[in-house]
Every structure is written in C-alpha cells, then in structure tokens.
Design a protein around this ligand. Structure first.
Ligand code: PEP
Length: 248
C-alpha cells in the first residue's frame, strides 16, 4: 500500500473574528515542526486574507465554494475569490451544508470540480445520519459509499482530493464512532475508491471527523485506512489542536 501522508485539518465553522487570529499564529509553529504531515485550517471566508500571512506551512482554506465561476449567486463565494484571498483549499459537502443549504451530491461534485479548476485542494465530506446508522453497519456502509460515489467529481485524483468520513451523529456531539466502526467504514470506502479509481483510489486520503479530541486522536489516527482527521471544536484553539497534531 502506498504511504499516505497524514492530514490534520481544522474546521472553524461559523466561529472566529480577527481577535482569534492569534490562534492561527500559535498553530503555525506546530505544523512547521512536523515536516511528515500536512496541517490545514478551514476558516470563515472573512478571515482567510488576514490568516494566510500568519499561517506558515498551515494550508488555509474555505468551508464551501460555489459551483459557478461567477454570477448572480448572492451571498456565495467563488473559487477565484478564495484563491485571491489566499486560500489553498476548501471543504465541500460538509453535512451541515448538505442539511441546512440542501446541497445535493451532484452539487458537491460540481463544487469540487470548480475548486480544482481554480487550483484549490479539496476535502470532500460524506457521512450517515443516526437513523441510517441504526439500520446497521451494512446499511450505513452502503449508504455512505453511495453518497461518496455520487459526490465524486469526474477527474477525482489524490493529488488534490481528500475524502472525510464524518458520521453526522458524531459531529459536535461528543459521541465518537468506535474504532471498529471507523475502521470498517474506512475499509468500505477504500474498497469503493479502489474499484472506481484503481491505484488513485488506493492513494486517496481518508480522514475521520466527529468529536476528535486530544483524548481520542491517537486511537483513531492509528487505525488502518485513517489518513488524518477533520476536527471542528477542538481546532479552535492551539491548545486543543496541538495534541491532535502530536498524535498524527
Ligand atoms: C466538523 O465540523 O467537521 C467536526 C468534525 O466537528 P467536531 O469535531 O466538533 O465534531
């Protein structure tokens, strides 16, 4: 199996004003000391331009991008706008956007393709609801694999695309999927990626996200087919993010 470089990524969601930029400055040296892994922070769009010069080796990204190049899409942010602000990547398909902005998997695939076209790396999120998980492991695996395949852009490539498995029931709830649940889901996603993309599917990073913290990161990050973490609440301060980076 190819060695996939681990990625520890933070998602600040709708949190953070300029007063919190000191946290970006404090996270930067944690990444500078770790040439073996990648670190990224997906920030509110309003902070990207101010954060980029402070970030050192930490990739600064947006949390969403519109699928159109430009136009009459009030309130949205284009890929070119993210690039101009200093972003090197973006999230797409986060479950909060799928739920609250009614984004479909086809939208997510189009967003990923647009972001890649502008030169951004992309973390594409997938994950099942509690209702689906309660139907059993096999049902959850089938549902998430289907969502992933429907969300993959045509030219999916590990050079620019990373997948994040985030069970909706584990996001921001303090309920972490168990190591066997994570390993089994990541195994199912890996098999689907290899079937669809061949060697590229083997090389594509698969992150876990959902209540990752300094207390559970080591157990999760050492599981097979777990190539990093997407971290919400525990990425908001350097003090909480540092032990997760250290565990990678
Ligand atoms: C997320 O928002 O992607 C996430 C995983 O959040 P949390 O770590 O807070 O559960």
């Amino acid at each position: 199996m190819s060695v996939r470089r681990k990625l520890i990524a933070g998602n600040w969601k709708m949190n953070g004003l300029k007063a919190q930029l000191g946290e970006v400055s404090a996270i930067a040296p944690l990444a500078a000391g770790r040439a073996d892994i990648d670190v990224a922070l997906f920030l509110p769009a309003t902070l990207i331009a101010a954060a980029a010069p402070l970030a050192g080796d930490v990739l600064i990204g947006g949390q969403d991008v519109h699928q159109a190049e430009s136009g009459a899409y009030t309130g949205n942010v284009s890929a070119a706008m993210l690039v101009e602000a200093g972003a090197g990547g973006t999230l797409v398909g986060h479950s909060e956007r799928r739920a609250y902005q009614c984004e479909s998997s086809a939208d997510v695939a189009a967003k990923a393709a647009r972001a890649h076209g502008a030169g951004l790396m992309v973390v594409l999120c997938v994950g099942e609801t509690l209702e689906t998980r309660e139907e059993g492991d096999d049902a959850a695996h089938a549902w998430v694999v289907d969502q992933l395949l429907a969300s993959l852009p045509e030219d999916a490539d590990p050079e620019w695309l990373t997948i994040a498995y985030e069970p909706v029931w584990a996001i921001g709830t303090g309920k972490v999927a168990t190591p066997p649940q994570i390993a089994a889901m990541h195994g199912a996603l890996r098999a689907a990626l290899v079937e669809k993309l061949g060697e590229a599917g083997e090389a594509m990073r698969l992150l876990y996200g959902g209540s990752v913290s300094g207390d559970n990161a080591a157990d999760i990050l050492h599981l097979p087919n777990v190539d990093g973490a997407l971290v919400g609440g525990a990425s908001l301060t350097a003090a909480k993010f540092a032990p997760i980076i250290a565990a990678a």
